[in-house]
Design a protein around this ligand. Structure first.
Ligand SMILES: [Zn+2]
Ligand SMILES: [Zn+2]
Length: 369
């Protein structure tokens, strides 16, 4: 079968011929890949910034945002049937018996950082015609979401953040009404976060570096949010006109912008940090002013990464809601679908909002036993 692999030592990214999976454990499922989304993480792994092949291998099969079709089933698989669609979870628990999150099945909160992630860290991903997965790591997807189900994985981090935002919002003993959200960044996570905020009735503004007369800005307005370009308007001015903000969603991974965003977070505001800033030289910030504001304004600032099983179901429900509410925006979110052969080039540039690799006519197979 064909797969897309990264060879970190040889600094090579290529479509390779890989053996089909041959054995299937009792609770494992053989899946035929349908679509895999490409994101910044894949591009960074393909640029050798991080990423780790499975132990003993010189290459890592890339891809973690997948939707696939169930093929053969292990003898004790009870929750899946052939032909059904499924989305695989990405992170696998660490082995440390003292890691309570992993032992409780919540490896998204792993305390040791020794977890594995398919397509990223120590385990092959899904950019292959076939893959094997334990049924406990698969989320069943209804046929009605076949065309957009590849977005479930990127939505999980948003769904997980939203669960916590609601929990923190509950500390305020009044009904939310006409609350305002500011989303920093107009990449895939920023745009999906903004759509999610609009669907949760936040008056939403997206702030990013793309111009205000550009395609991203038009896309944002298309689902009912406002767009302000950071190149044209300082964040303090945005707050004066459209703020103060009750919710800040940070999805740019640029720390000076995050700090500026916290500066326009209103009283009792909640900030969700999702972008991962690169490590560079130390930066100076006015930490006293920032922390005074967090305390005196009863603010909540929290970070979130990866997702647990329940978040996958929440993400699926969120996707169903978005498809009904913003059908055009969701459809246009997936910019283009490419064959696997185009993936190496696709990883070297970022064109649309969400580029997807589609597997057509992949044979069902594998000598599963
Ligand atoms: Zn991703
Ligand atoms: Zn752990």
């Amino acid at each position: 079968m064909h797969a897309l692999a990264v060879f970190p030592e040889r600094r090579k990214v290529a479509v390779i011929e890989e053996d089909e999976p041959r054995t299937l454990g009792a609770r494992q499922v053989l899946l035929r890949t349908r679509e895999v989304g490409v994101c910044g993480t894949d591009r960074e792994v393909a640029a050798f910034a991080y990423g780790e092949p499975p132990a003993g291998s010189d290459h890592l099969i890339l891809g973690h945002e997948a939707i696939a079709e169930v093929g053969e089933l292990g003898s004790e698989v009870s929750h899946f049937q052939r032909g059904q669609l499924a989305v695989p979870m990405v992170r696998r628990p660490c082995a440390d018996p003292r890691c309570r999150p992993c032992r409780a099945g919540r490896q998204d909160f792993c305390a040791t950082e020794e977890f594995l992630e398919r397509g990223i860290k120590g385990a092959d991903g899904f950019l292959a015609e076939l893959f094997v997965e334990g049924e406990e790591n698969l989320i069943p997807v209804p046929p009605g979401l076949a065309d957009v189900g590849v977005l479930i994985e990127p939505l999980t981090v948003i769904a997980k953040g939203m669960v916590k935002v609601r929990a923190f919002r509950e500390r305020l003993p009044w009904e939310p009404m006409f609350e305002k959200a500011l989303v920093l960044g107009a990449g895939a996570v920023g745009l999906l976060s903004a759509m999610c905020a609009v669907s949760n009735s936040y008056d939403t503004t997206v702030y990013s570096r793309e111009p205000s007369d550009g395609e991203r800005a038009a896309y944002v307005r298309g689902f009912g949010a406002s767009y302000v370009s950071s190149v044209e308007t300082p964040l303090a001015d945005v707050s004066g006109k459209l703020g103060p903000f009750d919710l800040l969603v940070e999805a740019a991974g640029f720390s000076p912008l995050t700090i500026a965003g916290l500066g326009v977070l209103g009283p009792n505001g909640i900030a969700v940090l999702k972008g991962v800033p690169g490590l560079g030289p130390e930066r100076a910030i006015d930490i006293d002013r920032l922390l005074r504001s967090v305390v005196l304004k009863n603010q909540v600032v929290f970070g979130t990464v990866n997702a647990g099983r329940s978040d996958y179901f929440d993400a699926m429900h969120l996707l169903e809601a978005l498809v009904v509410r913003f059908p055009e925006s969701v459809r246009h979110f997936i910019t283009r679908r490419y064959p696997l052969e185009a993936a190496p080039e696709l990883l070297s540039r970022s064109e649309g909002i969400k580029d997807v690799v589609r597997f057509d006519g992949a044979k069902a197979g594998g000598q599963a036993s």
